[in-house]
Design a protein around this ligand. Structure first.
Ligand code: SF4
Length: 354
């Protein structure tokens, strides 16, 4: 594209965005903290799912200060169900860092933003351009798809050299005026028109510039050499009851679901059976939970002690408590007050329905 084409491309894309952009809560603000929260939530999570979480979060933690002062448990509770919990911990740490090192103000340059925990080049570009009007490019899955199609780039997008080229193109395209709107327009076009499987080229505001459309390469681009394989994970989980109460454990900070509460669990049913204190007990299968996220498919076998041992779980409990980061006996009716990851929330729902 020469300079005139680039300018026309920007004008046409922005005009389309002004007319057709979806109304989303984080688009009604230039508050850098709010934009940061929304961008982190939107990583790996669908817009429709994020909206309710975002609203709840901003109601509970409306400013960097409120988030920095919040208890870790509370932060996890308001994130519970969104997945990838590391994002919540990083947000929390980032808020504390902004208070201690930046006097409570979110920094406005990509270089400084990128030093905050959990903020990569994409998120830094989003905050700098959308909240502060800086001419900063960004590249996410949607933008990669549009750029490879627009410019007919057939290189493998998992290669660093291809990404470097795409970043350079994104940098050249983002304008001085309205850089934040331009970046959002690119992402919006990718999310609503330039779809992965079935791009709506006839409705596309920038179709005249598009190589893929001219050559009918839409299905071939973007090109990715490696096919993702689904990894299957199986675990065995135990609902251990003592009278009215059930045992839950808090996960250590660096575990997969660090900071969240879960029922005691083992890598396999075989490991569960070998647990000291269980030898004389009979295990009863009560539920199977299937849970898929990105490239993982998880299958949880959920067990309880059979009736004859239901009142004698003490040896086992003692063993679990000794090996646990933190544990608690709680009434089933109180389980909703704790933050569980999605697969264990299904167990909670099962127990509450009984
Ligand atoms: Fe995507 Fe089609 Fe638009 Fe090209 S013309 S950018 S393939 S929607």
């Amino acid at each position: 594209m020469d300079i005139d084409q680039k300018n026309l491309f920007r004008l046409q894309l922005l005009a389309w965005y002004d007319k057709y952009a979806r109304i989303l809560p984080w688009r009604e603000t230039h508050d850098p903290y709010a934009i940061w929260v929304s961008e982190i939530m939107l990583q790996q999570t669908q817009v429709n799912t994020v909206i309710a979480y975002y609203k709840r979060w901003m109601h509970k933690f409306p400013t960097v200060e409120t988030l920095a002062k919040a208890r870790a448990d509370d932060v996890m509770k308001y994130w519970a169900g969104l997945g990838y919990y590391r994002r919540a911990r990083m947000l929390h740490e980032g808020a504390k860092m902004i208070i201690s090192q930046y006097n409570g103000r979110v920094p406005d340059t990509v270089e400084e933003l990128i030093r905050l925990p959990g903020i990569g080049r994409y998120t830094a570009g989003a905050i700098a351009s959308i909240a502060f009007g800086k001419k900063a490019p960004l590249l996410d899955g949607n933008v990669i798809r549009i750029l490879t199609r627009l410019f007919g780039i057939k290189r493998d997008i998992t290669l660093p050299a291809t990404l470097k080229k795409l970043w350079a193109i994104a940098d050249q395209l983002v304008p001085e005026k309205r850089p934040g709107d331009f970046n959002q327009a690119m992402m919006e076009l990718g999310a609503t028109v330039c779809l992965p499987e079935n791009p709506q080229c006839g409705q596309c505001a920038v179709q005249v510039y598009c190589t893929a459309r001219a050559k009918q390469w839409q299905k071939k681009l973007p090109y990715k050499k490696l096919k993702e394989t689904i990894t299957r994970i199986q675990t065995a989980t135990l609902v251990l009851k003592k009278k009215e109460k059930v045992l839950i454990q808090k996960q250590p900070p660096r575990a997969r679901w660090g900071g969240l509460w879960m029922f005691p669990h083992w890598a396999t049913y075989h490991h569960l059976k070998k647990t000291p204190g269980l030898k004389r007990s009979e295990l009863k299968h009560i539920l199977t939970v299937e849970h898929g996220f990105t490239r993982y498919q998880m299958r949880l076998g959920v067990y309880a002690l059979s009736q004859s041992h239901a009142n004698e779980p003490d040896n086992l409990a003692l063993f679990l408590q000794k090996n646990s980061h933190q544990y608690r006996w709680v009434k089933a009716s109180q389980l909703k007050q704790f933050a569980f990851p999605a697969p264990h929330q299904k167990i909670v729902q099962h127990l509450l329905a009984q």
